[in-house]
Write a protein that binds this ligand. Structure first.
Ligand code: KIV
Ligand code: ZN
Length: 512
C-alpha cells in the first residue's frame, strides 16, 4: 500500500454548501489557485450540474489549474455526469465524483428507491463516467449509516465498473474514531477487489470528531485519501479541517508513517483567504490557524519557549505561514514591492488594471495607517474593492453624524448599475443609520441574520473587517468589507452581500 496520503480539498464544493458561504466564480478561482500553491492533490471545484454559475466556475478552474487534479461532483445520473465532464474538458487532470445514498433511511425516505435500484444506478453511473474520464470517484452518501453487506455489494460493483477511488462519507457526523476506523478496515477486508481502488474518508463535524474520525480511517482503516476543507468550512458544524489533518500527519509522522505533498507554509494564507472571502471568521483558539495558536500568554510558557521552543511548541509557526516579521509594507513602498507581496501571499490579480486598482487602494490605506500587515493586504484584495466586474452596487463615500443624546444620521453614496445614487437615514447607531441609508434606496427586503466586526490586526489602529449575512427568499449570503473606519467597512460589507443576493442564480442542492 502506498505511504502517500492524498489530500482532497472540497472547500469549493462541500464547504461552499454552508449557508452564506457561496462564492463567485472569481472568488473560487482565487482560492483554487491558492490550493494549487498549497499543492493539494485534488481540488473539488464544485458541482457543475447544480447551476450555470457553478458550471462556469468548475470550467474556469479546470482551465487555470495545472498541478492539482480538478474534480466536479455529480449525482449518479447521465445528465449530471455529462455536465461534469463538459465543465472539466481541458483540465490537465480531471476527476468525476459521483454519488448516491446507500443508507436504508436515505434510500427509502429521500430517494424513494429500493436497494436494488440504487445498486443498479451506482453501477451505471460509474460505467458512464468511466467512458468520459479515466479518474472516477464513487461515494455512497450516508455510507457510515449504511448496512455493511449492502455497502460491500455496491462498492465491489463500482470498483468492477472502474471506480478508481471509493469514498466512505460520514455524512451526518455520527461516527466515533475507533468504530469508523474499523468500518473502513472491515470494508477493505471483505471486498475482494478492494485493492483496485484508493480508499477515501469524508467526515462531517457534528460531534466535533471529523478530524479524529478521518485520522482513524487512515490509521486503522488504511484509507489513503482524506477529504477536507480549509478552516473546516462546511454545512452545520463543518467538514474535516485540512490544516489540522495535514499538521497532525506531518507532526506525528512517527505514528502515521505517511508522506504528504502539501506545502504547509501556504496554509495560513489559504485560511485567511477563505475566511475573508466567505465571512466565516476563524476562532482565535482554532488549531494551527487561529490567532492564538502559537501565542504563549502565560509567563511560564513564554519563559520556556524563549529557553527552548520545543518546551511548549510541537510545530513551528513559520512552517504553516506565520511570519515573525509581521509589518510588511508602508507608505513609501512601491508598486513592485506591493505586487511581490501579493504574489507571496498567494493573491493573483488577473490584469494590470486590477493590480493598479489594488495598488491605489493600498496607497490610500497607507496614508491612513502607518503600518500595513499581511492581513491588511489580504483584506484589501478580497473585500470586493479591487474588481467591480459584474457588481451591481459599489461603495463611493459615506458621511455620518452621531452625538450623545442625539439620533445618528448617515448618508451613503454608491453606484447602482454604474449610476451614482445617495441614500440617507437615521438609525440606532451610525452603522444602523448607514445600512438603513443604503436600504432607503435599494429596498432589497432582505433580513439581516448576522453582523460581526473583527479587528484585522489586533489594535484600534487596525482595519475593521465586517461580515454581514443577509437572507432573502430562502437564500443566505455573506458580504465582507474592510476599512479602518468600521462604519465604512459595514457599508461595504452590506453592499457586497446585496451584490451576492443579486448575482447568484438558483442552484440544485447536492444532497437535496
Ligand atoms: O457528506 C457527503 O455525503 C457528501 C457526499 C456528496 C460525498 O458530501
Ligand atoms: Zn460532505
Amino acid at each position: 500500500m502506498s505511504d502517500k496520503l492524498i489530500i482532497f480539498d472540497t472547500t469549493l464544493r462541500d464547504g461552499e454548501q454552508s449557508p452564506g458561504a457561496s462564492m463567485t466564480k472569481d472568488e473560487k478561482l482565487r482560492i483554487a489557485r491558492q490550493l494549487e500553491r498549497l499543492k493539494v492533490d485534488v481540488i473539488e471545484a464544485g458541482f457543475a450540474a447544480s447551476s450555470n454559475g457553478d458550471f462556469e466556475a468548475v470550467r474556469a478552474i479546470a482551465h487555470a489549474i495545472k498541478d492539482s487534479t480538478v474534480c466536479s461532483l455529480s449525482r449518479a445520473n447521465d445528465r449530471d455526469i455529462s455536465r461534469a465532464a463538459e465543465a472539466l474538458k481541458g483540465a490537465n487532470s480531471a476527476r468525476i465524483h459521483t454519488f448516491i445514498a446507500t443508507s436504508a433511511l436515505h434510500m427509502e425516505k429521500k430517494l424513494r428507491m429500493t436497494p436494488d435500484q440504487v445498486f443498479e444506478q451506482a453501477k451505471l453511473a460509474v460505467r458512464f463516467a468511466r467512458n468520459l474520464v479515466a479518474d472516477v470517484e464513487f461515494s455512497p452518501e450516508d455510507g457510515y449509516r449504511s448496512d455493511m453487506d449492502f455497502l460491500c455489494r455496491v462498492l465491489e460493483a463500482v470498483i468492477k465498473e472502474g471506480a478508481t477511488t471509493v469514498n466512505v462519507p460520514d455524512t451526518v457526523g455520527y461516527a466515533v474514531p475507533e468504530l469508523y476506523g474499523h468500518f473502513i478496515k472491515d470494508l477493505r477486508e471483505r471486498i475482494p477487489n478492494s485493492d483496485k481502488a484508493v480508499w477515501s474518508v469524508h467526515c462531517h463535524n457534528d460531534l466535533g470528531m471529523a478530524v479524529a474520525n478521518s485520522l482513524a480511517g487512515v490509521k486503522i482503516g488504511g484509507a489513503r485519501q482524506v477529504e477536507c476543507t480549509i478552516n473546516g468550512l462546511g454545512e452545520r458544524a463543518g467538514n474535516c479541517s485540512l490544516e489540522e489533518v495535514v499538521m497532525a500527519v506531518k507532526t506525528r509522522r512517527d505514528y502515521f508513517g505517511l508522506t504528504l505533498g502539501i506545502e504547509t507554509k501556504h496554509i495560513l494564507a489559504a485560511s485567511r483567504m477563505v475566511s475573508q472571502t466567505t465571512g466565516f471568521v476563524v476562532q482565535p483558539n482554532k488549531a494551527v490557524v487561529g490567532a492564538n495558536a502559537f501565542a504563549h500568554a502565560s509567563g511560564i510558557h513564554q519563559d520556556g519557549v524563549l529557553k527552548a521552543r520545543d518546551t511548549y511548541e510541537i510545530m513551528r509557526a513559520e512552517d504553516v505561514g506565520w511570519s515573525a516579521n509581521k509589518i510588511v509594507l508602508g507608505k513609501l513602498s512601491g508598486r513592485n514591492a506591493f505586487k511581490q507581496r501579493l504574489l507571496e501571499l498567494g493573491v493573483q490579480l488577473d490584469s494590470e488594471t486590477e493590480i493598479n486598482a489594488a495598488f491605489a487602494k493600498f496607497k490610500e490605506l497607507a496614508d491612513r495607517k502607518s503600518e500595513i500587515f499581511d492581513e491588511d493586504i489580504l483584506a484589501l484584495a478580497s473585500d470586493g474593492s479591487v474588481s467591480h466586474e459584474d457588481e451591481q452596487f459599489v461603495f463611493v463615500s459615506l458621511s455620518q453624524h452621531s452625538e450623545t443624546g442625539e439620533r445618528p444620521q448617515a448618508s451613503v453614496v454608491f453606484t447602482a448599475q454604474g449610476k451614482e445614487v445617495k441614500g440617507s437615514s437615521d438609525g440606532n447607531g451610525p452603522v444602523d443609520a448607514s445600512l438603513k441609508a443604503i436600504e432607503s434606496h435599494v429596498n432589497s427586503g432582505a433580513e439581516m441574520v448576522l453582523y460581526s466586526v473583527n479587528a484585522i490586526s489586533g489594535s484600534t489602529e487596525s482595519q475593521g473587517e465586517v461580515t454581514v449575512r443577509l437572507q432573502n427568499s430562502g437564500r443566505v449570503v455573506n458580504g465582507v468589507g474592510s476599512d479602518p473606519d468600521i462604519v465604512v467597512a459595514s457599508a461595504k460589507a452590506y453592499l457586497s452581500a446585496l451584490n451576492k443576493l443579486h448575482s447568484k442564480a438558483e442552484r440544485v442542492a447536492a444532497q437535496g
